[in-house]
Write a protein that binds this ligand. Sequence first.
Ligand SMILES: [Zn+2]
Length: 272
Amino acid sequence: MPELPEVETTLRGISPHVLGQRIAEVIVRRFDLRQPIPSDLAEIEGLEITSVSRRSKYLLVQLSDGSHLLIHLGMSGSLRLTDTAEAWKKHDHVALTLGAGKQLRFHDPRRFGIFLHLKEKDPTQHPLLALLGPEPFDEAFSANYLMQAIQQRSAAIKNVIMDAKVVVGVGNIYASEALFRAGISPRRKANRLRLLDAERLASSIQEVLREAIDQGGTTLRDFLNSDGQPGYFKQRLFVYDRKGQPCRTCDETIRHCVIGQRSSYWCPRCQK
Ligand SMILES: [Zn+2]
């Protein structure tokens, strides 16, 4: 599933090619995604793309009339730039024809993605975005904030940092890896963390996400970078998916359990 680093990679990949471009034509081949694609999407024809940004795992494409496209890659979606003449792939559902013979195509085999047109001026108030917690790289996401956000929570810390109301973008892989680097067991109750733990954890979350973004996103099934090449980089993982293997730091055997219905991995010696 595309995670925050893949979405950020997509944003950086498409931005230089779509900014300032006029949408000459909208082609929709299938409307039935997780939420239906608006039947009047063609009304954005003629508008220019004035900015592209990311909020959590949503891409926001601002148009010259002040409206926005809200795009989510779902479980298996990708955006890529193609030549307009290039043959359509199976599961290419939407294309925006831009200048210079290029199209931005939305591809989504499992159709859990979202492709909406938001006409309100402030897209951050849309129900999908309004309740999201801070971005991991925002100043608002500090150790003090994290400490406050988890104080009343008795659930396992791993569950809590994966809650988008606490902080966005910490998927299962990144939660496991950040907790390893912070030396915190994924099973520890959130309200048992001390400020020092929260400091380490906030930094570790930023660190693992930053590294994944820097290296172009981890290799994930179905993910294509925006130039159409398969994701090429697999982040060096310390614990995730390493059940029974030796810890890279201390040689102890990596353990596995299920927390909140998600596979969780940790080193019992490095993480307390
Ligand atoms: Zn270890």
